[in-house]
Design a protein around this ligand. Structure first.
Ligand SMILES: CC(C)(COP(=O)(O)OP(=O)(O)OC[C@H]1O[C@@H](n2cnc3c(N)ncnc32)[C@H](O)[C@@H]1OP(=O)(O)O)[C@@H](O)C(=O)NCCC(=O)NCCS
Length: 449
């Protein structure tokens, strides 16, 4: 084995360790669009889910079957019918849905049964258990349209699912539910996944979808200056959703977003939209810092937001002790008042617990993160990291390619978070002129993906 391999593999593997520890024992509900299976992605998705499960995560997998049902319908000479963004399930569609669900269940169970030597599934033992865990009710008649066998989730058998997971099995759910009268109803994968995540109070709801995520400028197309927004706070997600037209197709921006918002509002802290087209997207989202798709996150009681003029007093109070002991350079009230729009803060019950400012240097496509501070009583709980991520987001939205910091004491914190040290000569001209050569701060830069 080459020495180069050791040098790259060992640090890489260690960098994943915190995420493995963090997710052990947690519950993830994964909603897999039927399109992923139609696109031939099932074997790799099964490998990744088996790996995630083997690292102690409890997995509930819900599969969709939209393209497969449509294919069955076409084979029977019928057209798929939709209204209000939902399928109208007549007798033929119900038949097609049952056939598609059965076929997919066998394919998924087969995929989890692979175990050839020298494949990622070698030695894996994933027990997959399906069942009648969902009680459904009919959609009924809406605006004169009879949805027939299309249904909505009425109840989730939480105790049943939990018992099954505790056996060490993966729970597999189809988009079917049953009524107390014994009728089968065609549900949507998205509604089943969301309802199950909420009922279980899962730690994550992850949609494996045909879209790459939500872009920083959601209504504009793909482009270098319009990357995927990796983290969308719940409040921003709700605002965005309110500004979008209702979703009709899975590729509409609001389609998966509406379910993520619903789950987050009902207590699922993190919901993700990730692309199945990227091989290993599940692993990238769960075990890499920035992930690959969009995560809607409920910031809970703490509010992470941009500062306003009312916050100047709170910021001064927070940073003063660190200015006194020399950790931060002195800033006076007028300076903070002037630059208040550059600050991001974490507030809890009206008290500011953390802050940081971003000073852009657009000519050099970079920005300085300054005055990063977390109050001593709440350090070590992730607020520093949270603020850093928000500052990175703000920088990306401004079209910046990196952020930098000047520090005399906190270098390790930045190194751990992807910053690298550079010579002060690297600084943008305008910042270099203000550099205090006596203080000899070290300069660290982080490239934004
Ligand atoms: C640096 C600072 C912003 C981090 O905030 P935080 O909310 O405690 O950070 P997080 O909770 O996201 O991260 C905590 C981790 O960082 C580590 N850490 C905290 N301060 C550190 C420092 N000065 N150097 C290296 N690591 C540090 C903690 O030990 C903890 O590590 P662990 O996860 O392995 O237990 C905060 O400690 C602070 O305000 N320090 C004083 C002001 C300062 O130095 N600002 C930077 C000026 S350039």
């Amino acid at each position: 084995m080459s020495a180069i391999f050791n040098f790259t593999f060992v640090p890489w593997f260690r960098s994943v360790a915190p995420y493995i520890h963090m997710h052990r024992g947690k519950t993830f509900v994964v909603g897999m669009a039927g399109e992923a299976i139609a696109a031939g992605k099932l074997p790799h998705i099964a490998q990744d889910l088996a790996l995630i499960q083997s690292m102690g995560v409890k997995v509930v997998l819900v599969y969709g079957f939209r393209p497969q049902v449509n294919e069955q319908l076409r084979a029977k000479g019928h057209e798929a019918r939709y209204s209000h963004g939902m399928r109208i399930t007549d007798e033929v569609a119900l038949d097609s849905a049952q056939e598609a669900a059965g076929q997919l269940r066998y394919e998924i169970e087969a995929a989890f049964s692979q175990g050839l030597p020298n494949t990622p599934m070698a030695g894996s033992t994933v027990r997959v258990i399906s069942g009648n865990f969902i009680t459904a009710r009919p959609v009924g008649i809406l605006d004169g349209v009879d949805f027939r066998h299309s249904g909505l989730v009425r109840k989730v058998d939480v105790a049943g699912i939990k018992r099954t997971i505790d056996l060490g099995a993966m729970v597999l759910l189809s988009p079917f539910g049953f009524s107390p009268t014994g009728e089968a109803f065609n549900l949507t994968m998205e509604e089943v996944a969301t309802s199950v995540a909420v009922a279980l109070q899962a730690d994550k709801l992850i949609f494996l979808t045909e879209i790459p995520g939500i872009r920083v400028k959601p209504l504009e197309g793909e482009g270098e200056d319009n990357p995927i927004d990796t983290e969308l706070p719940l409040a921003a997600a709700k605002q965005l959703l309110a500004s979008l037209p209702p979703a009709h197709s899975p590729t509409d921006t609001s389609f998966y977003l509406q379910h993520c918002v619903k789950a987050c509002e009902a207590g699922v802290e993190r919901s993700h939209i990730i692309p199945f087209a990227v091989d290993g997207s599940l692993l990238l989202e769960v075990y890499v810092h920035d992930g690959i798709g969009t995560m809607v996150v409920d910031e809970k009681l703490e509010e992470l937001r941009e500062a306003t003029a009312d916050d100047v007093g709170g910021i001064l109070q927070l940073i003063e002790p660190f200015e006194k002991d020399g950790t931060l350079v002195k800033r006076d009230r007028t300076e903070i008042e002037r630059d208040i729009a550059n600050y991001t803060i974490v507030e809890h019950d009206g008290v500011i617990f953390a802050c940081a400012a971003l000073y852009p240097y657009p000519e050099a496509r970079t920005g300085e993160m300054a005055a990063l501070t977390v109050s001593p009583q709440s350090q070590g709980q992730g607020d520093g990291e949270k603020i850093l991520r928000r500052v990175e987001q703000r920088a990306r939205a401004m079209g910046l390619e990196s952020i930098f910091v000047l520090t005399t004491r906190t270098m390790h914190w930045f190194l751990k978070r992807g910053f690298v040290q550079v010579d002060p000569e690297w600084l943008p001209e305008a910042r270099k002129r203000k550099y205090n050569w006596d203080r000899r701060s070290m300069v660290f830069v982080k490239k934004l993906a």
